[in-house]
Structures are given as structure tokens and as C-alpha cells.
Design a protein around this ligand. Structure first.
Ligand SMILES: NC(=O)c1ccc[n+]([C@@H]2O[C@H](COP(=O)([O-])OP(=O)(O)OC[C@H]3O[C@@H](n4cnc5c(N)ncnc54)[C@H](O)[C@@H]3O)[C@@H](O)[C@H]2O)c1
Length: 522
């Protein structure tokens, strides 16, 4: 039985309070003075430096935030040897002790939350509220999975009959490779890593090349909490290292969050059985989206407009859950377009460290170029109904843009753009809106603004998405409250922060014993 208190979400900071804001600015100044961070390859108790890979501030690309060592294929082999040792020790550690280590890691993050949020501001241009929420979510994952793993370890009750004892337990699958994106630079690697560790699996973590500094914080937290070095290795890098990790026969589970093309490539590569491999790799995939918000003719626009605008533009639209397309009933389309355009026009585009900023720069030049290409296409194929220009010159800024009047087959309406570009599309009603949603290959998040309970029921029944939000914004899933993850090509439906997540990292074993003894052995 767990002696931990019931799970509760970590409260976000009250940013309206002047002393809190002052503390954040102090933390940012303190952190900036210590940059760049050095992020070595960390395997067991060893640390190695070598070929350098800088991560830079998206708002000041000439500022280096962290200098990571690029891991090699030889590091992958060494990390997996170490992880094998980790499996024997960490895998044999009692679930309660593993949970205690994760809870201590959460405490380590909590104590340093301002400094870590400041690092997210610098390394990933996360505005303060988003950076703070990301640290809170990381803490939540550690606390939530710690409790979940204790409950899972108890095993389910099976049917028992006289003369027979049946027992089912969940054991660690084995080494987990965790490959993470940059957009939730602490919470996402933390969630996948904590899920694997809580259930007794050693982890080799390959973070996004854009955010190695945040990954270093995670590894330091876990080790400070008591996770043995053999159970958590850090391999910064890109290219060869990922391919070698995914293909390695000793990897049992690959937990991946990122784009669809990369997810598909990983799934393909993981399907090959390597030399000496006696298992089928499990790939936990959490992928991209093209998230639609349906607005019915009776929707409360005072609720819908801010919900849509914040879901589309907060963190420059770089959340997998962000709103990308609005499907609005034609009866109120003009009114909605007008009001969304007005609301977008007053968004504050600025540096992530400035407290009033709504829309920060995007992560890198390639992202800026991608968003610009889609914006140009939107201009050519439809109409730009709002656009904030000019945006600051320094940094990878993209003008927040709203487009309308696009043809149904436009790539702007159908492909993941991952930036501050929202498309508004008119529909004849909720049925047509559901047909459009149903025709998309992605099914991550979705939204509905409507007052009629019958319409809400109808959309609920027809919506294929993993997370549907009704009469509210469509981002900001909370651990334990909104288990999060997509269906269709948006992922394997793994639902991070939910009751089923941990089962992906274990295998069930059943033992049946005949207890009808014929005679006694003495
Ligand atoms: N569904 C979710 O929960 C969720 C959450 C966050 C982000 N995302 C998605 O992630 C994407 C943005 O993140 P990104 O730009 O970091 O994604 P990405 O796919 O480019 O990279 C993700 C990770 O995969 C690694 N990688 C790249 N190529 C690889 C390969 N061939 N083999 C193995 N690993 C490889 C990268 O180095 C990085 O660590 C968006 O598509 C977004 O929707 C999804």
C-alpha cells in the first residue's frame, strides 16, 4: 500500500503578484549569467565531452544557451550496457522505493522551479506562464506515475477456485529509449522517462537537439532523487545516435513524442528484429495534429473568441494541441472572423522573458521558414483576415496570422504547420464540420463551442480525437484530469498522465499453481 498522500496537481505561480514577477526576473538574470550550460554525454557515473552541439536562444539566436556533447553510436552501445546493469538493480527495487525516488526528484525540481522555468524561457522561448506550467507538469508526472506504479505493482485480483492459486503481476519490459521533442522541454521527456522508471525500466534519454539544457535538469533531478546512474543515461545528439538507439536489439520499448514522419520512421525501424533480439519492440508514439475547433451558430462568442485565440497563438502555436483550424457555422462566420481578427490584432508579440508577451518567436529558422511558406500559400489561395506586422527583427518571429476562404484541399487546412497561423473555414452546420474532422488523418485534440446539449452529444459521438474540449480552450491538459494523447496518425493513443499509461512499460505474467497436494514432502 502506498503511504503517499493522494495526487494533486502542482499549483502554477500567481504571476499577477508583483513579488512573484520580480522573483522570475531575478531568476532569469541569475541563469543568464551562468550560460552557456555544459551538457555532457552521461552514461552511468561517467561523463564525456566531445564534439559540441550548441542550443541557442530563439529570441537572440547569437546567444548560446547550452553546449551539448554530440553522442555517438559507441555511446549508444555503452549506455545500453549500463542500462542492462540498471535493469538488474532498478528493476529489482521495490515499487515503493522507486516511487520514493521519483517523488524526491519532483521535490528537487520544485525547489528549482524558477531557475528551470528561466532556462525554458531562454532555450525554447517559452513565455513565463507556459514555462512555469511545463515545470509543474513535469512535477505532476513524477508524482502521478510514482503512485500509479505502486498501485500497478499490487496486481489485479483474479478468479480463484479451490485447489488452484492464480496470480498476475506486471514486470518491467526492459530498457526503454526515450526520444523527446523540444516544445515541452522538461515535461514531455520527464513524463516518458518517469513512466518507464516508475515501472522499473532503465532509460536511455535522447532529448531534442534544441533543448539539451532542460534535459540535463531532468537527469540531475532524477539522480539527486536517488535513481541510480545505471538506470538513467543522457545521450544528447541527433542523426546517427537516434538511428542506432532505435535499431539496437537490446532496446525493448521506445517512447517517442514528436512529428508524424519521424514517428513512422521509428515504427518502421523498430519492426526489424536485430541479431540476438528475442522480443518485439513496443513503440509508444505521441505525434502531431491538425486540431479543429467547431463553432456552432448558437455558440457564446464571448467564450469562443478568447478560447480560440489563446489555443491558436499561445506559445506561437507550437503546442501539439494548438488550434489550427476553425470550422464555423456559416450563420455566424462573418461575426466570428471579425472578432477573432480583432482579438489577434491586439496580441503582444515579443520576447519570451517579457511578462506581457503572448506570442514569442518560433524555435528555429527552419520553423520560421516553414510557417512563412504556409502563410504565403494562404495569401495566394485565400484571404488574410488578420496579421500582426511588423514583428521584432531579432529572433525567429513569425507574424501571427489568420486566414480564411481557403479551398478545402489547401495544405494550409490539412497539414500540421506548428506555428502562429490559424485558418477559419465556413461550414453549413455541425454535421459538415464533423465530416471534415472525420476526413483528417490526425486525431489529437478538438474543440466545440455550442449551447445545445444535443449538439454536444452529437459531436462527442462523432469526434475521433483523443481529447475533445467543449466550451473551453483546447490546450493545457492536466495530469490526472485530462489524460492526453491522440488517435489515428496522431499516435498510439497512449494517454500520458492517465491511468493506462504505465501499462505500456510492463509485461504481465501469470502464475497458476496447483495447490491440491497429494501427500506431504518432509
Ligand atoms: N502528441 C503529443 O503529445 C505531442 C507533444 C509534443 C509534440 N508533438 C509533436 O512533435 C512535433 C514537434 O516536435 P519536434 O520538432 O521536436 O519533432 P521531431 O519529430 O522533429 O523530433 C522529435 C525527436 O525525434 C528525434 N528524431 C528526429 N529524427 C529522428 C529519427 N529519424 N529517428 C529517431 N529520432 C529522430 C529528434 O532529434 C527529437 O529528439 C510536432 O509534430 C508536434 O505535434 C506531439
Amino acid at each position: 500500500m502506498s503511504t503517499l498522500p493522494p495526487f494533486a496537481n502542482e499549483p502554477v505561480l500567481e504571476l499577477r503578484r508583483a513579488p512573484v514577477r520580480a522573483q522570475l526576473q531575478d531568476a532569469l538574470r541569475g541563469l543568464t549569467a551562468r550560460l552557456p550550460l555544459r551538457v555532457p554525454v552521461m552514461i552511468g557515473t561517467g561523463e564525456r565531452t566531445g564534439t559540441e552541439m550548441p542550443s541557442t536562444d530563439p529570441g537572440a539566436p547569437d546567444h548560446v544557451v547550452a553546449v551539448a556533447t554530440r553522442a555517438t553510436e559507441a555511446d549508444v552501445a555503452a549506455a545500453l550496457d549500463e542500462a542492462e546493469r540498471g535493469l538488474h538493480t532498478w528493476g529489482a527495487t521495490r515499487a515503493e522505493e522507486r516511487a520514493a525516488a521519483l517523488v524526491r526528484a519532483a521535490a528537487w525540481l520544485r525547489e528549482r522551479r524558477l531557475e528551470i522555468a528561466a532556462l525554458e524561457v531562454r532555450e525554447c522561448a517559452k513565455p513565463w506562464p507556459e514555462a512555469d506550467a511545463d515545470v509543474c507538469e513535469a512535477i505532476d508526472f513524477l508524482e502521478y506515475y510514482a503512485r500509479g506504479a505502486i498501485a500497478l505493482d499490487a496486481g489485479p485480483e483474479l478468479l480463484q477456485v479451490p485447489g488452484e492459486r492464480n496470480e498476475m503481476r506486471y514486470v518491467p519490459r526492459g530498457v526503454a529509449a526515450v526520444i523527446s521533442p523540444w516544445n515541452f522541454p522538461l515535461a514531455i521527456p520527464c513524463g516518458m522517462t518517469a513512466g518507464a522508471l516508475a515501472t522499473g525500466n532503465p532509460v536511455v534519454l535522447k532529448p531534442a537537439e534544441q533543448s539539451p539544457g532542460c534535459a540535463l535538469m531532468l537527469v540531475q533531478a532524477l539522480r539527486a532523487g536517488g535513481v541510480p546512474a545505471s538506470a538513467i543515461s543522457l545521450l544528447p545528439g541527433e542523426g546517427d545516435v537516434e538511428a542506432a538507439l532505435v535499431a539496437h536489439p537490446r532496446v525493448q520499448t521506445i517512447a517517442f513524442t514528436g512529428s508524424l514522419p519521424v514517428g513512422l520512421e521509428i515504427n518502421r525501424a523498430a519492426g526489424t528484429v536485430g541479431p540476438g533480439q528475442h522480443h518485439i519492440k513496443r513503440v509508444v508514439s505521441e505525434l502531431g495534429g491538425k486540431n479543429c475547433v467547431i463553432v456552432d451558430s448558437d455558440a457564446d462568442l464571448d467564450e469562443a473568441v478568447p478560447g480560440i485565440v489563446s489555443s491558436a497563438f499561445v506559445y506561437a502555436g507550437q503546442k501539439c494541441s494548438a488550434a489550427a483550424r476553425v470550422l464555423v457555422h456559416e450563420a455566424i462566420a462573418d461575426q466570428l472572423i471579425d472578432r477573432v481578427a480583432g482579438a489577434v490584432q491586439v496580441l503582444v508579440v515579443g520576447q519570451a522573458g517579457e511578462l506581457g508577451t503572448d506570442v514569442p518567436p518560433v524555435i528555429e529558422q527552419a520553423a520560421q521558414e516553414r510557417v512563412s511558406r504556409y502563410a504565403e500559400l494562404a495569401r495566394a489561395q485565400g484571404e488574410i483576415v488578420a496579421r500582426i506586422e511588423p514583428v521584432p527583427d531579432r529572433g525567429w518571429f513569425c507574424p501571427p496570422t489568420v486566414a480564411a476562404g481557403l479551398p478545402r484541399d489547401s495544405p494550409v487546412l490539412n497539414e500540421e504547420i506548428f506555428g502562429p497561423l490559424l485558418a477559419i473555414d465556413r461550414v453549413s452546420g455541425v454535421e459538415e464540420a464533423c465530416d471534415v474532422v472525420d476526413g483528417l488523418p490526425y486525431a489529437l485534440t478538438g474543440g466545440l463551442f455550442a449551447r445545445d446539449p444535443g449538439v454536444v452529444r452529437y459531436v462527442r459521438e462523432r469526434s475521433p480525437v483523443g481529447n475533445l474540449y467543449v466550451n473551453r480552450g483546447i490546450t493545457g491538459a492536466m495530469v490526472g484530469r485530462q489524460p492526453f494523447g491522440g488517435n489515428r496518425l496522431s499516435g498510439t493513443g497512449s494517454k500520458a498522465g492517465g491511468p493506462d499509461y504505465l501499462r505500456q512499460f510492463v509485461e504481465p505474467r501469470v502464475v497458476t499453481e496447483n495447490t491440491m497436494r497429494h501427500g506431504l514432502e518432509v
